[in-house]
Design a protein. Structure first.
Length: 160
């Protein structure tokens, strides 16, 4: 079995097909290998990088015992803050006009009012980027776009 890697053999054959002399005296062979060495080294580096990313994506370097599910450690203060936030949102929904403010009828009326302004298309397009950063659900923006505009402008604004 040959120890010469396949990319090197393929590159050598390609260089020979282009008329490069890879046989003869030692100096001729060295001079013929110079154009072959750079692509082989760069190809090897790219292949190692691809394999490294594939292994990293599958968490091969993660410390500890391998499991199907990795749950981050939750400290007591973090759990308390999360439950306090949930209780606060529930209290705000129950004891403030928040529930009335975000009622579906009110949101549709608000969308129609905004859709009648001249700057509405620009506002919709400008809302997509910040919404992506704060992980706001994009389908809600698309739905909000389809309420005040007709089908074609809504689909155009949603796809930008």
């Amino acid at each position: 079995m040959s120890t010469t890697p396949m990319p090197l053999l393929a590159l050598t054959a390609a260089q020979r097909a282009r008329g490069l002399d890879t046989e003869g005296s030692i100096w001729r062979r060295v001079r013929g290998l110079v154009p072959i060495v750079a692509p082989v080294i760069l190809g090897s580096i790219a292949e190692v990088e691809e394999r490294t990313m594939a292994l990293e994506a599958r968490a091969f370097t993660r410390p500890g015992r391998r499991t199907l599910l990795w749950a981050p450690h939750d400290t007591g203060p973090e759990a308390a803050a999360r439950w306090f936030l949930v209780a606060g949102l529930a209290a705000a929904w129950r004891y403030t006009p928040l529930a009335h403010f975000v009622a579906p009828e009110r949101i549709i009326d608000w969308a129609h009012a905004i859709g009648e302004t001249r700057w509405a298309p620009l506002a919709v397009m400008a809302a997509y980027t910040p919404a992506a950063f704060v992980m706001f659900p994009r389908p809600l923006i698309t739905l909000f776009t389809s309420v005040p505009f007709s089908a074609m402008p809504a689909s155009y604004l949603s796809s930008i």
